[in-house]
Design a protein around this ligand. Structure first.
Ligand SMILES: CC(C)(COP(=O)(O)OP(=O)(O)OC[C@H]1O[C@@H](n2cnc3c(N)ncnc32)[C@H](O)[C@@H]1OP(=O)(O)O)[C@@H](O)C(=O)NCCC(=O)NCCS
Length: 306
């Protein structure tokens, strides 16, 4: 299979895994482990950590609740993968030939976006010694050092790490990280993800038809074209996605129009309209507009109908 890449994907696409990916995953998993620096683990420790990795091991973990996301190139060749379960990142491995291309970061962000939808109070990671710095860069902290008995029998030290407590607001971003559960309860008819999309958390519901998904490619393309010179290197962008309950197609149309109008003439009446279409409570919409007006008075944002 050949993938058509968007420029913001930098030649790498993220997709759910398939059992057929198992052997490629095992091979890159092994290479990623063996390529870690001597600074952290001895050769014997690395070989023991990489020992016994098989293609069907991932299916066993998946049957046990682990969700895998894989990164592939345009020829669908696996370059990296991330596994998560509940609120824990179980593994993140990038082929050594492709490290430093932000693939680890993209997989990690997508895994977090998905995990957020189950509203955890924090995210936890069992980090290898070489990956501690990677997670620290995202604000994670080491809680304790642990010792693992690896598949090959040699002991290895690793680190339990965790994120700060995740806060949920009832005013600004009142549905953030709760979109899926609100939609499943019928309390929210439309959810909007402009840059990062919890695609794997929604996928089972999209598949069974309880929730519909629309990828708004034009939105992302315009955004990218407009800001490509100022987008930070390493920024993570997914195609914008709209999720909606079946039968809410007219709401989707209205929402897309409101977003387009807001971009052409920023004004708080659009923000109100958008908030209403997203089923936000009135007090949250008022609070958001008030915040925008304060920022507008300071010259941080432009609103025409202030
Ligand atoms: C750790 C790992 C997953 C990072 O993946 P990657 O694709 O190389 O990382 P990225 O390119 O996404 O880097 C993201 C950021 O982390 C930084 N970073 C990546 N690896 C780092 C490392 N080992 N030490 C310090 N910083 C690191 C990058 O500089 C980058 O920062 P920036 O966004 O400010 O430029 C990868 O190096 C790996 O597979 N390591 C070996 C296996 C392993 O230990 N996995 C973890 C098991 S839990």
């Amino acid at each position: 299979m050949k993938h058509i890449m968007n420029p913001w994907e930098n030649g790498v696409i993220l997709r759910p895994w398939d059992e057929e990916d198992g052997p490629d995953m095992a091979a890159l998993h092994r290479r990623a482990i063996l390529a870690t620096s001597d600074e952290f683990y001895t050769q014997a420790q690395r070989e023991s950590w990489a020992h016994g990795l098989t293609g069907d091991g991932y299916a066993k973990s998946a049957a046990d609740g682990e969700v895998f996301i894989i990164a592939v190139d345009e020829d669908d060749k696996p370059l990296a993968f991330c596994g998560y379960k509940g609120n824990e990142i179980c593994g993140l491995y990038v082929d050594p030939d492709h490290q430093g291309r932000n693939i680890g970061k993209r997989l990690f962000f997508r895994a977090c976006m998905n995990m957020f939808q189950s509203q955890p109070d924090k995210i936890i990671v069992d980090s290898s010694a070489p990956a501690v710095k990677f997670y620290e860069d995202f604000g994670y902290k080491v809680i304790r050092e642990v010792t693992h008995d690896t598949r090959g029998g040699v002991k290895l030290h690793a680190f339990d790490m965790q994120s700060d407590l995740i806060e949920y607001s009832d005013t600004i971003g009142p549905h953030e990280n709760r979109e899926l559960s609100l939609m499943l309860d019928g309390k929210k008819r439309l959810a909007w993800f402009g840059d990062l999309d919890p695609v794997d958390a929604f996928a089972p519901h999209v598949e069974e038809g309880t929730i519909c998904r629309f990828e708004w490619h034009d939105y992302t393309r315009n955004f990218y074209e407009q800001f490509k010179d100022s987008i930070r290197e390493g920024a993570v962008i997914d195609v914008a996605a709209i999720y909606y309950l079946p039968g809410e197609e007219a709401r989707v149309e209205e929402f897309m129009q409101a977003i387009a109008d807001k971009h052409s003439s920023p004004g708080h009446h659009w923000e109100r309209k958008i908030g209403e279409l997203l089923d936000y409570p009135t007090h949250a919409i008022d609070a958001f507009i008030e915040q925008l007006q304060t920022r507008s008075a300071k010259g941080e944002v432009t609103i025409l109908d202030n």
